[in-house]
Structures are given as C-alpha cells and as structure tokens.
Write a new protein. Structure first.
Length: 208
C-alpha cells in the first residue's frame, strides 16, 4: 500500500481555536512549543477533545483491499471518496488472464496475503471475473464476483480526534493485519510536528 498525505491543517489553527475560548491570542508562538503544549493539555489531558477537530488531514490511500475498505468505512467520522469498480473494471478486462502462480502480475489487482492457497484462489477469482467481463457482462453486475482482495484506492479526510480513535483501534493487534499496517503508515506519513498527538495511541506490534 502507498500513503500520501495530501493536505493538513497547521497546528497554529488548532491553537488559535483553543485560544479563542480565553482570548489569549497574544500568548501564541504560532504553532511552536507553547502552542503544541497547549493543544496537548486542552485537547488530550483536559479532554476538551472537540478542539482537535480543527486539525484535518487528507490522505491518498492506494493499493488496499476491499476487505480493508469495508472496515475503514465503519469509521463514520471521516470522509472517503473511493475508486469506483463500476467505472474502472475495464483495466482488468483489457488484461490477459494470469497464471495461477503469477503473483507478481496479479499483484497489480489484488492484495496478496503471503499464503499460497489464498493467493491462488484470489487469482482464480480474478480470472473468473475477467472472463465474465470479456463476455460483455456489465460492470454493475460483474462486480458482484469481485474477490475481497481486489485492490482499491481512496482519498480519505479525517480530523485529529477521529484519527486518534482510528489509530488506537486499528494499530492494535486485535485488528485485521492489513488495517494495522495502514494505521502505522498513516501515523508515519503525518508531519513530524503532529505525531506527538498520536504517539500514545499507536500500538507497536509486528505490522509496524
Ligand atoms: C478489533 C476490531 C474488531 C471489530 N469487529 C467487528 C465486527 O465483528 N463486526 C462489526 O460490525 N464491527 C466490528 N468492528 C468495528 C467497530 O465496531 C467500529 O464500527 C469501528 O471500529 C469504528 O469505530 P468508531 O465507531 O469508534 O469510529 P467512528 O464511527 O469514526 O466514530 C468515532 C466516535 O464518534 C462517536 N460516535 C460515532 N457515531 C456515534 C453514534 N451513532 N452514537 C454515539 N457516538 C457515536 C463514538 O465516540 C465513536 O468512537 C471491529 C473493530 C475493531 C477495532
């Protein structure tokens, strides 16, 4: 998977929102150490967490499975815009069938698990789907036999409060391995000056 942080709100916007409550704008150091400490104190320690909603991140997430997408979509306090299979299945239709052990070739379309039985079954499903598309069956109908491993991509916008919740839940070893990887990669793609807000939420495990 590939993660690109496309946009983020500077920390001083959040500090400004907090300082609005006490009209203490003159104490700001424009997103420096004083403002960072204020955001942590008010947003995290005092649990005035709605102030963290002023920090918003937009990521481009590429090469994740539809199994992961289904779980990501459960996070209601975020906005996903997802590649449509209805409009994009022609890229599979215009490819040749894959050999069942051609993991490198099929990797363009499916997320591989490293388990040969599962990955071969995914390639078979991919070839079945391709055959159906080549028969001229509409994408809208053909997509119902997509394997869960089918790759997708999305633009995903989320605020810092909700991202804390996501990282805490999904970097945990109880979560699906692929979404654990996503949680760690999202954390790593954050601007370094923002990472302290998420440090206590991230679980270290083998999917770092
Ligand atoms: C390890 C793991 C296993 C899971 N297994 C399953 C499963 O088997 N089946 C399944 O269906 N789901 C499962 N889930 C999904 C889980 O139930 C949540 O839907 C998902 O993690 C999103 O969490 P959230 O509601 O906190 O996030 P968001 O939807 O982003 O919500 C963020 C926060 O906003 C608040 N909020 C949002 N909506 C409401 C509301 N309507 N009312 C009150 N407060 C609200 C809550 O404080 C919430 O924590 C699993 C999740 C994990 C991490």
């Amino acid at each position: 998977m590939e993660i690109t942080l496309m946009h983020h709100t500077p920390l001083d916007v959040c500090a400004h929102a907090i300082r609005t409550c006490w009209q203490s704008f003159d104490k700001s150091d424009e997103g420096g150490e004083k403002d960072k400490a204020l955001i942590d104190r008010v947003g995290n320690k005092y649990k005035h967490a709605s102030t963290l909603e002023h920090l918003v991140y937009t990521f481009y997430i590429k090469g994740v499975s539809r199994a992961l997408l289904q779980e990501l979509s459960r996070h209601r306090i975020a906005s996903p815009s997802v590649k449509s299979t209805r409009y994009t299945l022609k890229e599979l239709k215009n490819t040749d069938p894959f050999n069942e052990d051609d993991y490198t070739g099929a990797n363009k379309f499916i997320v591989l698990t490293g388990n040969n039985y599962v990955d071969t079954a995914s390639i078979k499903a991919l070839n079945n789907l391709q055959e159906i598309l080549k028969m001229g069956i509409a994408n809208d109908v053909a997509k119902f036999c997509l394997p869960e491993s089918y790759k997708t991509e999305l633009t995903w916008t989320i605020n810092a409060r909700s991202l804390q919740n996501f990282i805490e839940l999904r970097s945990n070893k109880a979560a699906l391995w692929e979404i654990q990887t996503l949680a760690h990669k999202l954390f790593k793609s954050l601007p370094s000056e923002h990472q302290y807000l998420f440090q206590e939420k991230i679980h270290n495990n083998k999917h770092n």
